[in-house]
Design a protein around this ligand. Sequence first.
Ligand SMILES: [Zn+2]
Length: 484
Amino acid sequence: MGATHDRYEPVIGLEVHVQLSTASKIFCGCATRYGAPPNTQVCPICLGYPGALPTLNAGAVELAARAALALGCDVHPRSVFARKHYFYPDLPKGYQISQYDRPLATGGALVIRLDDGSAKSIGITRVHLEEDAGKSTHGPDGTRVDFNRCGLPLIEIVSEPDLASPREAYLYLSALKRTLEYLEVSDCNMEEGSLRCDANVSLRRRGESRMGTKTEVKNVNSFRYVEAALAFEIGRQAEILERGQAVVHETLLWDSGRGEARAMRSKELSHDYRYFPEPDLEPLDLDPAWLEGIRGELPESPAARAARFEAAYSLPEYDAGVLTTTRPLADWFEAAVAAFDDPKEVSNWVMGEVLRIANERGEPVALSPEPRPISPAALAELLALKAAGTISGSAAKEVLAVIVETRRGAGEIVRERGLEQVSDEDALGAEIDAVIAAHPDEVAAFRGGKQGLIGFFVGQVMKRTGGQANPQLVNRLLREKLVG
Ligand SMILES: [Zn+2]
């Protein structure tokens, strides 16, 4: 494999299907709720009854335009819906309404950040609108078909073959998902099928521009499997080429259970979809002023927001990347910084305790519908107590956990639990004098140069105060008294 990989390089392009977050389907009024009982969200239009006419959902068009503009595409003033014909039990009409030679948008790019920190621009070939098909479930008692998915609004986002490794494909998919979530065009929930991915893979000899024969790997529908599926297919093609044979242009289905991609049966394939313009829908004409309005309202992209976090809050690149992973998390962080003006301290707490608690509770950090796992104001109150020296860092963690459980204020919890640090210099001075008087040998050793003994003295003072002394203050007072 190593030698093979030296000789060949992978060329990968991804086709990503994204379900748009509309309440109703793209060509009828049926609901799009996930998890509804099978065949309860259907009507004559999405079931393909003869004579039923589709009506385009304007909300789906707006979400698709938002995504295409954010990906830097040219959104065309006119695009055309087309029928894509194929036979499958989950496609009652016998064709899927899609867009073919006149798609909604073409020619964009998405910049991804590689592991070495460098940026790479991945071309976007096209973004087009289409409807989803139904879902077949194969069980021991036969195959069942659920048409609830029929007519769900999708965009297909096709990348240029700019991805040079499975890892790059993973990074592209992650960046695309984050971008679409920021735009609020889709929930991108892969488990629920809101984001699905097919990959085109070929190998070419290093240094040559001629492309090899490509295969299509379908059903790469989990972030966990993207890299595995692509690595499998790259290895398979490399072995074929090494044997001096030719890669066959075919479609393979990734089987995550077996960890392999196998060729689809020929009857599952159709190389001729007999596309023609959809006669029941007008061409989609978009008003340029309407499009510019959408462009003007695009939210800040994740990359732009991370860059702003670095600059405006003087945060390390790492922090800015973590804090902008999701738009709700970034919003939460900014609300917390507005309430407590020490961005690095807030960042440390969000990346540490707040995210840890959120993960444990299985509820992502967010501001709405209610702040989770705690409110930014509650964290600000806690950090103010710590900054004032009223409580120690470890006490603050303890209090944070109680705030999450009880939704009570930090001050109240600190008072109730007696967690205030002793920061009274006179009171601490008396305790320190007592410690010094009780350990004359250690005092002599310290003064003789054993500076490491400072930890011993701090420990003794903490013990006498039941752990409530302010350790920074104890340290300073001890040094003054031991040296002086
Ligand atoms: Zn319907």
